[in-house]
Design a protein around this ligand. Structure first.
Ligand SMILES: NC(=O)c1ccc[n+]([C@@H]2O[C@H](COP(=O)([O-])OP(=O)(O)OC[C@H]3O[C@@H](n4cnc5c(N)ncnc54)[C@H](OP(=O)(O)O)[C@@H]3O)[C@@H](O)[C@H]2O)c1
Length: 200
């Protein structure tokens, strides 16, 4: 399959590329660097990307920013960043990508377990993740020509907790996330929120 990986330069994206590149033709898409780049906050940038890549069989997104801060500290701009970047950025990858995905192709987005297992400081991220999960479940019902859409919901990666100076015991090594992404791309699932912990 020809698979586009958006966020390919990131912690999760790099693992997805490693896991899929043995058996598939991967187009790695970065934000600030690389032959293929996109800014998912811009619909025209997404359109330009797909004009360059051409038709594809699957798109996997592990891109998107949102702000982790207590409710009292979150500003309007903090909320808007998550809505414009991680939420609508990934929604627009699907909306624009529908013109370029082959029949029986698929989209796989990324949310996170904070959607339904919040913690102090996660309100802006939980909002975005829950919105994405709802979008995918509903969008799958409108897909035609065998096109599928799922979302992978990871817990904290051990590497991320370590970088943030947090307790790593609640994390899972990022290398173990990839089975969930493979499940979405290679198995005929659709409209599902795929919890990484079920595929570790
Ligand atoms: N790591 C975790 O523990 C964890 C847990 C649950 C959910 N998640 C979610 O998984 C996703 C990826 O996380 P990660 O830890 O791999 O993040 P990361 O290491 O920061 O990587 C993010 C990737 O997205 C790209 N990106 C950033 N802004 C972009 C934009 N506007 N347009 C296009 N690409 C953009 C980055 O490119 P550049 O490097 O060029 O900026 C990078 O390739 C995020 O949505 C995160 O919320 C992560």
């Amino acid at each position: 399959m020809k698979i586009i990986v958006v966020g390919a330069t990131g912690l999760i994206g790099r693992e997805i590329v490693n896991a899929l590149s043995g058996t598939h033709d991967i187009i790695e898409v970065g934000h600030k660097a690389g032959e293929y780049r996109v800014d998912i906050t811009s619909k025209s940038s997404i359109e330009e990307l797909f004009k360059k890549t051409g038709q594809f069989d699957a798109l996997v997104s592990a891109a998107g920013n949102a702000v982790f801060k207590s409710l009292a500290q979150l500003t309007d701009d903090d909320f808007m960043l998550g809505l414009k970047d991680k939420l609508m950025g990934q929604v627009n990858l699907v909306r624009v990508g529908l013109k370029y995905v082959n029949n029986n192709g698929s989209f796989t987005l990324t949310s996170g377990v904070l959607a339904s297992e919040p913690m102090p400081g996660s309100s802006a991220i939980s909002l975005v993740n829950a919105g994405l999960n709802g979008f995918v479940k509903a969008a799958a019902l409108d897909m035609k020509n065998g096109i599928r859409v799922n979302i992978v919901s990871p817990p904290f990666a051990t590497e991320t907790l370590k970088a943030l100076g947090m307790d790593t015991s609640i994390g899972i090594p990022v290398a173990k996330f990839v089975r969930a992404y493979k499940e979405s791309v290679e198995v005929k699932r659709t409209g599902e929120v795929i919890d990484v912990r079920k595929f570790v």
